[in-house]
Design a protein around this ligand. Structure first.
Ligand code: PBG
Length: 341
């Protein structure tokens, strides 16, 4: 026995813990189920879908095995499958052909652009599934930024005007929720005003209130084809991932401007933010398990390094535990099938 050894423990476990033994309820499957605090159901899922032009096109995204860019006709088929599985809502993201892109992202103001065509087609075939569309300009800009670029600056107020006009067109096409992911100041209030003025009082807004400047968006940029276009980074408009109080201020502002729901993005590295928002505001709160998170789990599983299904379910339940009401996840159909048994 040297001087670093602990003195020999002479008390019994019961003397130390009293009669408390937390393993008692973990002993059997039935008692674990009985005391389980959080549950994941199909009602928690929002499925992000990538859109592309053409017909009968289904292109796998290299960094997201199992995730495809779909032409509108096939997106409708997937929407039908989602509805059968009980998935409440879809979120669409377009890959726009380069010839339609410009510095201002003006194609977003085309009532017949890819997003709006998809919304109309899906709503016509599957009226009861929720459709969430994004008002951010990045799929439509020649530089891959979320706003209008002038003299090296993403100009806020002009971008907001354009995002708000785009939101009205998206609502006209049948979108149920507008979810602007651009992080311009004042966008929520401007979208709310524009929707109300156009008679779309019942179209809701899910605010990407706390969207962080993150490395986890990489595969998404490949999916919608902005990867090679983007110069610089998005740090002048997304939140610094070192900050947490600032995320609260963003959320507070967006709620004051009329947001119906909040979202945290990315997801798993930001569970602390989810918990803070839920404690602070008690409003419907969502997380976006982004492309890089999907890629990490899927790549490790493909290498046989983790059990992919278990890691997927664990990561999603973690969002529920942190306080989420729902999760945007590329795993949505897989999870829904697994939950169905
Ligand atoms: C941009 C946007 C991003 C994502 C959706 N819309 C981030 C970006 O490209 O900077 C990321 C989604 C994901 O990674 O799954 N408005």
């Amino acid at each position: 026995m040297n001087k670093f050894s602990l003195p020999r423990q002479s008390r019994t476990v019961d003397e130390i813990t009293g009669s408390r033994r937390l393993r008692r309820m973990r002993r059997a499957d039935w008692s674990r189920r009985l005391v389980q605090e959080n549950h994941l159901t199909v009602d928690d899922l929002i499925w992000p879908l990538f859109l592309t032009d053409g017909e009968n096109r289904r292109e796998e995204i290299a960094a997201m095995p199992g995730v495809f860019r779909l032409s509108v006709d096939l997106a409708v088929k997937e929407a039908e499958r989602a509805a059968k599985l009980g998935i409440p809502a879809l979120a669409t993201f377009p890959q726009v052909v380069f010839s339609l892109k410009d510095v201002a992202g003006s194609e977003i103001l085309n009532p017949d652009n890819l997003i709006n065509r998809a919304t109309r087609a899906i709503k016509a075939a599957v009226p009861d599934i929720g459709i969430i569309t994004d008002g951010a300009l990045d799929p439509f800009t020649s530089h891959g930024h979320d706003g209008i670029l002038r003299d090296g600056v993403i100009v806020n107020d002009e971008t907001v005007e354009q995002v708000a006009s785009a939101a009205v067109l998206q609502a006209a096409a049948g979108a149920d929720i507008i979810a602007p992911s651009d992080m311009m100041d004042g966008r929520i209030g401007a979208i709310r005003d524009a929707l109300d003025a156009a008679g779309y009082q019942d179209v809701a807004i899910m605010s990407y209130a706390t969207k962080f400047a993150s490395a986890f968006y990489g595969p998404y940029r490949e999916a919608i084809g902005t990867q090679g276009l983007l110069r610089g980074d998005k740090k002048t408009y997304y939140i610094d991932h070192a900050n947490s109080d600032e995320a609260i201020r963003e959320a507070e502002q967006d709620l004051a401007e009329g947001a119906d729901m909040l979202m945290v993005k990315p997801g798993l590295p930001y569970l602390d933010i989810i918990r803070r928002l839920k404690d602070e505001f008690q409003v419907p709160t969502f997380a976006y398990q982004v492309s890089g998170e999907y890629a990490m789990i899927t790549a490790a599983a493909q290498n046989g390094w983790i059990d992919g299904d278990k890691a997927m379910m664990e990561s999603l339940l973690a969002f529920k535990r942190a306080g989420c009401d729902g999760i945007l996840t590329y795993f949505a159909p897989k999870v829904a099938e697994l939950l169905k048994g």
